[in-house]
Design a protein. Structure first.
Lengths: 346, 326
């Protein structure tokens, strides 16, 4: 029933792994005053390890500011990392020459959140889908026509609609166009960045079903970024939870949702309103701390109901492996794990 | 028991004047809210839920206007009140919080002043007294160090803190009705949970009724006792919030409930294909004849394409507008 799990940071080369992110850090130096000696550093991503296996969907969750999108940008080669290594389909993208950008684009693509903002309103659908092909050396008119038509059918649109402009489509159809654009180069990995949050509620199921179908028929691997845990649970094989630039919990979807061991994961799950139960939602207080001035010790400790002295002192907790194989960054995980139910009834 | 409900909306129609003609952006909207009750209005963008809320506090602006219908607050018709009388009601007896606190707050005024303003305008307090009350109001929405925070400008606060300020402003004069239009849509889930609990607790303590507007059926059902679902300008179903999830009667509500991946459903049932609602939400200018959901409805028959269904009252309580309801 359960899939094999990745164990630790040290691992042997694995043919199954299509993407690995090792110790990724993205720091942004912020200019202080002219003569100011303190060079402030914003650690947007600070030591993230991830692996994505072929055909797998990895859910990446966390609040805004947790660093999920920065991780995505680094994988796409759009954000140079400060430290760490990203290997996509056997090719290290972090230390290659910049000409590899095109090869990377053929392997990794992204579907954006807002299908209104992410399509060029002055380009027909055909043009939007043709351009990437031309840039990547497909020039024969018949082949272009063919691939555009095939792709439109894949995403549930009709080839005749290729001559239309984005404003002639509904939100759901536009997101289908966004998906077609991401898939036209036959990538192996697709990063879905909140792909349904901007859509009408009654349209979301159509797009979620489409994404899952395409993953199977085209043999894709997904990184699914979303704040909607219902969607993440439905789509993901494994789930990584980020907090303030770090992974705090990572494992099989069932372990994350049924036996969350990190207090932050528990708080996220408890915060989803259950329509049939008028239970309190908030199990944590306060906002995400200022990333310029992160708390001592565990970054979650100021908001954590279980925090003790050890949590507030350096060094912060490291990722440890639970008996069921999923990893958690918490000193008290052994005591806390499985107490999600307990927390909700307190 | 026989006292007039706090708010009563009867057969409200809101017109949209698109230059050439008037179309109904919402019509036949009726509901009532009792004192201290929590009532939710749910629907997708363009269904008319937000303009219904705006009409209650006289904030509809051209091209939108009230076409017909009656809005009663404590038994008194308020839809044609003078601007001055409406101002007196608004903020004082009926208050509203909006989705995006950054645009709803004045960016060039300290938040304390924006709260104090309420006491000066509606309660005739001096600025000195009002400033003191503003500190208390901020403390009541659990903003830490309120005596310092009153001097902050909105941009200095986080999204969650800004929404707390909005709630402090809205509840400053002890209104009888709080209208919350997507109050947490712009916030992260853990912050949403805190804001919802704060709003719910403060209103329960003070006996303030809540009209909550959202696209999130799960959230509304969690907060409110009763829920009305709007589709294309009409209320299609109104039920107790647990009933609407357990046994939705309208095919649209049923579709919404079935189409959402619920937390825990995959663990219980495995990953099943989500049920889709076919088609798209119709535009205001091209609402279909008959039942407006009929082009997307699997159960639609001839009568659905010609006759708009009237309200059927359900035995278990609540009402539904469907020719073939469950």
């Amino acid at each position: 029933m359960h899939e094999p799990r990745d164990r630790a940071v040290e691992r042997k080369p694995d043919d199954d792994v299509i993407l690995s992110v090792e110790d990724l850090a993205v720091h942004f130096p912020l200019a202080g005053g002219l003569f100011s000696r303190d060079r402030r550093l914003l650690r947007a991503v600070d030591g993230v390890d991830l692996t994505l296996k072929r055909g797998e969907c990895l859910g990446l969750v966390g609040e805004s500011g947790s660093g999920k999108s920065t991780v995505a940008l680094s994988i796409l080669g759009l954000q140079a990392p400060t430290r760490g290594r990203i290997v996509v389909d056997g090719q290290a993208v972090t230390d290659g020459p910049s000409s590899d950008r095109k090869a990377l684009a053929r392997t990794v693509q992204i579907v954006f959140q807002d299908p209104y903002a992410s399509l060029n309103p002055r380009q027909t659908v055909r043009r939007t889908l043709e351009d990437p092909l031309r840039v990547h050396g497909v020039t024969a008119a018949s082949e272009i026509e063919d691939r555009v038509a095939t792709m439109l059918r894949h995403v549930g649109l009709r080839p005749e609609q290729a001559g239309r402009y984005p404003h002639e489509f509904s939100g759901g159809q536009r997101q289908r166009i966004g998906i077609a654009r991401a898939l036209i180069l036959n990538p192996k990995i697709v990063i879905c960045d909140e792909p349904v949050s901007a859509l009408d509620v009654s349209i979301r199921a159509q797009i979620i079903n489409l994404l899952l179908e395409l993953k199977d028929t085209l043999g894709l691997s997904y990184i699914m970024i979303s704040h909607d845990l219902g969607v993440v649970e439905h789509m993901s094989d494994r789930v990584a939870v980020m907090y303030l630039g770090r992974i705090v919990e990572n494992g099989h979807w069932r372990e994350i949702f049924e036996r969350p061991a990190h207090p932050y994961t528990q708080a996220l799950i408890a915060a989803i309103p259950d329509p049939l139960r008028h239970a309190p939602l908030a199990t944590t207080g306060g906002d995400l701390p200022n990333p310029l001035n992160p708390p001592n010790g565990c970054a979650f400790s100021p908001r954590c109901r279980y925090a003790e002295d050890v949590c507030r002192h350096e060094p912060g907790p490291v990722l440890g492996t639970r008996p069921d194989g999923h990893t958690v960054r918490c000193w008290r995980a052994d005591e806390i794990a499985g107490s999600g139910v307990l927390a909700a009834t307190e | 028991m026989t006292a007039a409900p706090l708010l009563e909306v009867e057969d409200l129609r809101i017109d949209l004047d698109d230059g050439a003609r008037r179309v109904a952006a919402a019509e036949g909207v009726s509901f009532r809210i009792s004192r201290g009750e929590t009532f939710g209005l749910v629907g997708e963008s363009g269904c008319g839920k937000s303009i219904t809320a705006l009409s209650l506090i006289g904030l509809l602006r051209p091209p939108l206007s009230i076409g017909s219908g009656v809005i009663r607050f404590e038994g008194r018709e308020i839809q044609h009140l003078s601007a001055a009388a409406q101002r007196d009601l608004r903020g004082n007896r009926i208050a509203m919080i909006f989705q995006e606190p950054m645009t709803a707050l004045n960016p060039v005024s300290p938040v304390g002043r924006q709260i104090a303003e309420m006491f000066v305008l509606h309660k005739g307090k001096s600025w000195r007294e009002a400033n003191q009350l503003a500190v208390e109001a901020l403390a009541s929405v659990r903003v830490p160090a309120p005596e310092r925070r009153v001097h902050d400008y909105p941009h200095q606060l986080s999204g969650g803190m800004r929404q707390r300020v909005m709630i402090a402003i809205a509840l400053a004069c002890g209104p009888d009705l709080l209208i919350a239009d997507e109050p947490t849509t712009a916030l992260d889930v853990t912050v949403q949970a805190e804001i919802i609990e704060l709003m719910r607790n403060l209103c329960a303590e003070r006996g303030t009724a809540i009209l909550m507007i959202s696209h999130d059926l799960g959230l509304v059902a969690n907060v409110c006792r009763r829920v009305a679902v709007m589709y294309a300008g009409r209320i299609v179903e109104e039920r107790g919030s647990a009933d609407i999830f357990r046994a939705p009667a309208h095919p649209y509500t049923q579709g919404l409930v079935d189409s959402l991946p619920r937390l825990g459903s995959r663990a219980a049932l495995g990953r099943t294909r989500l049920k889709e609602i076919a088609g798209v939400v119709p535009a205001i200018t091209s609402f279909p004849d008959g039942c407006r959901f009929n082009p997307r409805c699997a159960q639609a028959s001839d009568i659905c394409r010609t006759n708009a269904p009237t309200a059927d009252f359900l035995e278990a309580g609540g009402l539904v507008r469907c020719h073939h309801h469950a």
